[in-house]
Every structure is written in C-alpha cells, then in structure tokens.
Design a protein around this ligand. Structure first.
Ligand SMILES: *[C@@H]1O[C@H](CO)[C@@H](O)[C@H](O)[C@H]1NC(C)=O
Length: 240
C-alpha cells in the first residue's frame, strides 16, 4: 500500500515533468474562464442589433474565443445577421424596464448569477417616459454601479449616453445625458473604471425606426461608439 502510493506519486510527478509546454498551454487555455461582458439595458438592448455588430468587432479583433456575453436572456428578437454567424446572444436587456426598477429589484440577482467583468449599459429612456427626474435616474445609476462593484469589485463599466427620442419630448433625455459625465467622473476608480460611450452626439432621429428604437443604421452608430471602448477594456483585461 505504502510502496504503491510512492510509485504512483513518482509516476504522477514524472508525468508532470514530461508534459510539454505546449500541452500545458492547451490545458491552461481550456480551463481559463472567458471574460464576461454584460450588455445591460431595456428594449434598446434587447430588440436591437448593436450587440451583434459589437460582437463582429470582437471577432475581427480575434477576441471571440476569449470573451462571452452574459445575462439571463439569450435571444435575437430582431433576427440580426452580423458577419459572425455564431455570435453570443446572451444579454440583460429588458424591454420597457426602468433604471430605477433594475437598480432596486434586479441588478443584485443578475450580478450574482453572472458576475460580469465588463458591464455596458444604456438605461433611462423608460424612466423618462414615466416622468422620473434626472436626479432619480442618476441615483439609480449610482445604485447600479455600487451593486455591480459589490459582485465584481474590478468591473469595468461603459455607460452610454442615451440615444435621442423623436416620440415625445427629447429634453429629459438631453438633461440626463448632460448629467452623466460629472456623475461618472465622481464614481470613477482605478480598480473599476467607468467610461462614457457617446451614443447621442450625431445620432439622427432618422436613425430611429419608430421614434424610440434604433434602425439598423442607428444600431451601427451605437456599435461604432461602444465597440472601441469595449475592445480597449477587453485588451486591458486580457493583458495584451
Ligand atoms: C476614468 O478614469 C480613466 C483612467 O484615468 C479615464 O480614462 C476615464 O476617462 C475616466 N472616466 C471618466 C468618466 O472621467
């Protein structure tokens, strides 16, 4: 018994020693967790194609096998057809939902289920529709960031300026967008940086398909604003 244990241990040790560096590398790559990216939002995240177009950018930069989208949803309701056929359709986009409700009742659970390394969010449009003030929406943003960090202390966060509305008044959207930069700066940390994707400037109301949601052209605008920031965060996270 004693002897056979020693022989077994010696054999295991020899096995480790003779494993080639290449084999070790393959094993490491297989067991390495993929970087988790959470697209968080409302219908502008759920029933749109910018997630798909951003995935194309990840694939083009050769990150596709090292990253994943995460979230409780897994869907492609617009039947988006990006260049990358096997894009990851997970997300945390919920049509009609308010930032305030997500902050108070949902984000804790979502982050516990999939503690994302990178969160990108656009929220506030439904809060504006329901007449909530800029201050209340910004307070919800703060709660969302605090909750993200509780689950994932080194989370990198991309906050979008919200796209314009042509259905109804746009002034509450511009007020929210005006408040976001100073708010983000105030919560910015080295461990958990926040950057702003400007999805507002230059986004034309003709880039909306129904006064609220982006058309394919609008999705391209959003993807062009978020993608480069995401690629930079991915590059930093993967250390290359
Ligand atoms: C947060 O800090 C990083 C690193 O200094 C910087 O690149 C980024 O622009 C800052 N974000 C905001 C919103 O000021």
């Amino acid at each position: 018994m004693y002897v056979s244990t020693i022989i077994l241990a010696a054999w295991a040790l020899a096995g480790m020693v003779t494993a080639s560096p290449l084999q070790a590398e393959v094993v490491q790559r297989q067991t390495q967790k993929k970087l988790r990216i959470m697209p968080l939002g409302d219908s502008i995240t759920e029933i749109t194609c910018w997630r798909a177009f951003v995935w194309d950018q990840l694939a083009e930069a050769k990150y596709a096998d090292q990253v994943q989208y995460v979230g409780s949803q897994n869907s492609n309701p617009q039947n988006c057809k990006p260049s990358t056929a096997n894009w990851d359709q997970h997300h945390e986009g919920h049509s009609g939902w308010l930032a305030i409700d997500i902050a108070n009742s949902y984000i804790t659970k979502w982050m516990q289920n999939t503690p994302a390394d990178i969160v990108m969010f656009m929220l506030g449009t439904n809060d504006v529709f329901r007449g909530h003030s800029t201050n209340d929406i910004i307070a919800a943003y703060t709660k969302i960031v605090t909750t993200i960090r509780a689950a994932s202390p080194k989370a990198k966060i991309i906050v979008d300026l919200v796209i314009p509305l042509s259905a109804g008044s746009n002034s509450a959207i511009t007020a929210l967008n005006a408040a976001i930069p100073a708010w983000a700066k105030g919560l910015n940390t080295t461990d958990s940086p926040i950057v702003i994707a400007d999805c507002y400037t230059g986004f034309k109301t003709s880039d909306l398909r129904d006064g609220v949601h982006p058309s394919v052209a609008g999705d391209r605008v959003i993807a062009s604003r978020i993608g480069p920031l995401l690629l930079e965060f991915v590059r930093q996270s993967l250390g290359k």
